[in-house]
Write a protein that binds this ligand. Structure first.
Ligand code: NDP
Length: 323
């Protein structure tokens, strides 16, 4: 038996309840992990509300880190005692769990399990957005919405290290200051100022090469007005709700724009891709180019309160649930 949060019906944060659940031995290609910490992510909200499809009952969560305590049949690459982490394995909100090894990476000695649990999903997302979806380099001018969030604080530091001019948006003065301390050259409080006008001012009318937009509904289509002709709009989330359907002709009107709607899963689908992405993240954390801010910690039993705070824009940086 172990303790886990179980969603028995879709709904508000109150549906997240701690239960004693049966835990079978790890199956072939799996290991059992005693979890040190679980990462909270906005995607957990989408599954709880039904925006993304999952059939109850289910244990939510995709990200965590811990120690291997048991090996399933055929597992040779991992050993009991290994410190491991994962970013895309459903069922993370639990004290102990089984995980297929295709999701797992070993955590380097210099990185704590708590930091690993906080950064794998958000940090590998920053990695693919900045290095793969659009190759950010010296001279790149970019806009990143929700700059003080989990992905946002990591992306700001990383983009700065790559030499970009990094413009962010954030929802309060406190968040603006936090983002400015994490790589952003300019941060716009988009609850008080028109971010398109400010981007035009900040760039002398030249606008951005790339806009990373995880806010979705509330920042569309204005994000497109921040792009240079032939710029890239990267829509990677729905924190304010999904983007409304639009005619593809809009991309022509706004300047022959490119658009993509990427998801981490497709960038770490193979062992080689997962290792490359995770190692790239480990490197920037080890050499202090990127600091991981764990700004909120909740007991696992209070996962509902944690998700409510995330949805209410009360959090910044990363958030952990502790079993
Ligand atoms: P964040 O910590 O960034 O939290 C979301 C932030 O979005 C809030 O803090 C808030 O910041 C901002 N926001 C703006 N409008 C709203 C609104 N109406 N309701 C709630 N929040 C709002 O979350 P994560 O770091 O976990 O994730 C960031 C985004 O990236 C999410 O949309 C997530 O789904 C997406 N994502 C996508 C991935 C992919 O591969 N496609 C992978 C990982 C994350 P503020 O108050 O400053 O506006």
């Amino acid at each position: 038996m172990t303790q886990a949060i179980v969603v028995r019906s879709l709904g508000g944060p109150e549906v997240l309840k701690l239960e004693e659940v049966e835990l079978s031995p790890p199956g072939p290609g799996e290991v059992r992990i005693k979890q040190a910490a679980i990462g909270l992510n906005f995607i957990d909200v989408y599954f709880r509300t039904g925006l993304y499809k999952a059939d109850p009952p289910f244990i939510p969560g995709k990200e965590g880190a811990g120690t291997v305590t048991e090996l399933g049949e055929g597992v040779t690459d991992f050993a009991v005692g290994d410190r491991v982490a994962y970013a895309t394995a459903d069922g993370a909100y639990a004290a102990e769990r089984n995980v297929a090894i295709r999701h797992l990476v070993k955590v380097p000695d210099e990185i704590s399990l708590e930091t690993a649990a906080a950064m794998m999903l958000k940090g590998m997302t920053a990695q693919y957005l900045l290095l793969q979806t659009y190759p950010v380099k010296p001279g790149t001018v970019m806009l990143f919405h929700a700059a003080a969030g989990g992905v946002g604080l990591i992306a700001g530091q990383w983009a700065k290290a790559l030499g970009a001019t990094v413009i962010g948006t954030a929802g309060s003065q406190e968040k603006v200051e936090l983002a400015l301390a994490h790589g952003y050259d300019h941060v716009i409080d988009y609850t008080r100022e028109d971010f398109v006008e400010r981007v035009l001012e900040l760039t002398g009318g030249n606008k951005c090469d790339v806009v990373y937009d995880s806010v979705g509904k509330d920042t569309f289509p204005k994000s497109l007005d921040c792009l240079k002709p032939r710029g890239l709009w990267v829509s990677f989330g729905n924190s304010s709700g999904p983007v409304d359907a639009f005619s593809v002709g809009l991309l022509a009107q706004k300047g022959s724009l490119y658009a993509t709607r990427p998801t981490l899963f497709h960038y770490i689908a193979t062992r080689a891709e997962l290792d490359a992405c995770a190692n790239s993240l480990f490197d920037v954390v080890r050499n202090n180019k990127v600091r991981i801010n764990i700004n909120q910690t909740y007991p696992l039993a209070e996962a509902g309160r944690a998700q409510a705070d995330l949805e209410a824009r009360k959090t910044s940086g990363t958030t952990l649930l502790i079993p």
